[in-house]
Design a protein around this ligand. Sequence first.
Ligand code: RFL
Ligand code: PHB
Length: 395
Amino acid sequence: MKTQVAIIGAGPSGLLLGALLHRAGIDNIILERQSGEYVLGRIRAGILEQVTVDLLHEAGVGDGVSQEGTVHHAIELVFKNQRHPIDVTHLTGGKVVTAYGQTEVTRDLMSHRAAQGLPTVYEAKDVALHGFDGASPYVTYEKDGQSHRVDCRFIAGCDGFHGVSRASVPEGAITEYEKVYPFGWLGVLADVPPVSPHAIVYANSERGFALCSMRSMTRSRYYVQCPLSDTVDAWSDQRFWDELRLRLDPDLSSRIVTGPSIEKSIAPLRSFVAEPMRFGSLFLAGDASHIVPPTGAKGLNLAATDVKYLSQSFIEYFNDKTDAGIDTYSERCLRRIWRAERFSWWLTSLMHRFPDTQGFGQKIQEAELDYLVNSEALSRSLAENYVGLPLNFAE
Ligand code: RFL
Ligand code: PHB
């Protein structure tokens, strides 16, 4: 097989890249290790920046988010049993975020790709990258007991944190920066109306962090901070709902509607960046090159903007015969990524209980929360990062 761009991974990064390239007339093949159902079964992100929503429209898959997404103008911070609304739309001169699940984004992109008849190989085993230090790289994989080879001009590594693409780069060529947090998030998805349909709630309580989010007016997504040693089995639905209630203010707590969970999982929290993002003819995008703790709701949004820059760079290369875009891809992405890393680390530090922080650290956290909700300047800083930076930010 031969194509212009071989894309590894059919998560949101790989699928969005495939759609944007196809619209520009650039051939691509996606190789995915798992089945389509498995990819859709992973419940992850829920909050999209406007830049991401615009990209979905540009890729031709905006109908779902337009019809089913819920626009939010505010978030709420809860601490010391009190709610503090932050009107992000007012603070950013009119910007919003949209609640629309990663599962739905992925499903929309998958259906669009299938309708266009574009090649996606699910359950591609032993994917291996070759010759990306030159201009004729290729990818090999096994499917149904047979070996296959895809020749291409570029490889896009969109295969997430545990993928093969970053792992294929020679050790000395890559620098990794990492911070692992001493807790995880236990997430529950349930078909109950969201307790706060107009604002995502971030709570810092003595018992730890909690988050109230949603997928629709009839489906909620909630999280509580938990020790990394916890297992899902230790958390019955009842225990989860009881714990969530204890971490919210009395009003929200009394209004939570409970029901059986339809998904429950524990995710560790990590900040991670691998630099650079280009190695000859191999380009990394999304979680393959960086991870943020989910507190800032930035992971999927960063993946989308990486892919926007990457598709533009490939389009300029194939259609305008210029290397300028591919040569600056890594640098342009990394500036935006580090801004999102800073924001996600800051919000994580502000909202969680750290097992080794008592006394002074705790008091500083309280003072910062107090400052944040009473200072328009600091609230605006939170708001402008939460809604996301523009694609070509100058400041
Ligand atoms: P993905 O989604 O991990 O997809 C990578 C795909 O590559 C496949 N793969 C391979 N394929 C072939 N060969 C191999 N060797 C392969 N190895 C892996 C995998 O099977 C998979 O299908 O990465 P991608 O596309 O870069 O997308 C990134 C996002 O998934 C991620 O950043 C977000 O989910 C992060 N995130 C959030 N982001 C937001 O913008 N807003 C949010 O509200 C938000 N909430 C979250 C989140 C992540 C969470 N968890 C579980 C980590 C909430 C949570 C709890
Ligand atoms: C979610 O809806 O899953 C969600 C919302 C906000 C976050 C993280 C996750 O910061």
